[in-house]
Design a protein. Structure first.
Length: 202
């Protein structure tokens, strides 16, 4: 089971496709205990009905707003059995991001990301740039459905990469953007594990 929260970058799994999505998607602290409780209740109910698939332990991964050891530990304490990290890794050299994208990741604050349907027609959290701001204007028509909107913006997005133009580039990022580390992924992974282990051992 994947429990994705408000803070996550990129596409949302089943997120409401409307302007109110930011207001109704909960934070990791608010939603993880509820997800864990609901999962356990479902497992117990089905187990009493003889469903062998639920006789073993269920595992749930927390997604969103986690990019350091403290966040990993917090998610586990709140009931997650695993954590899926996205925004913590794009600055790693293995991601091969355009240099201007990686630079914006290093400078952006949490409140400089926003849920938007501008690039694809589906809700996703991205760094706010000129295109995202323009698309949220009062006189701008709603986006076409996914994947039609993605097709409409593809030429712009590809040119933005060629021209190193961050103001028209699709730059997915979660609210933990400032925690992204410019180190090899293997080192970052080990650091996250070591940090989380320290917090969980206290």
């Amino acid at each position: 089971m994947l429990g994705q929260r408000f803070e996550a970058g990129g596409f949302f799994l089943g997120a409401p496709q409307n302007a109110g999505a930011q207001r109704i998607l909960g934070s990791i602290a608010a939603r993880q205990p509820k997800i864990t409780a609901a999962d356990r209740e479902a497992a117990q109910r089905l187990n009493t009905q003889g469903d062998r698939a639920y006789r073993q332990r269920r595992y749930g991964a927390a997604i969103g707003g986690v990019a350091d050891g403290r966040g990993v530990a917090a998610a586990i304490v709140l009931g997650a059995s695993a954590v899926q990290i996205g925004t913590g890794f794009p600055r790693c050299p293995e991601a091969s991001l355009p240099a201007v994208y990686a630079e914006r990741l290093s400078l952006a604050q949490a409140d400089e990301t926003r849920l938007t349907r501008a690039f694809s027609g589906r809700s996703g959290r991205a760094i706010v740039n000129r295109f995202v701001k323009a698309f949220d204007g009062p006189d701008v028509p709603p986006p076409a459905p996914y994947p039609v909107q993605r097709g409409f913006t593809r030429p712009m997005r590809e040119e933005a990469i060629r021209m190193a133009d961050a103001e028209r580039m699709q730059m997915w990022a979660g609210q933990s953007v400032r925690l992204a580390r410019n180190q090899p992924a293997g080192i970052v992974t080990q650091q996250l594990w070591d940090e989380a282990s320290q917090f969980l051992s206290k």
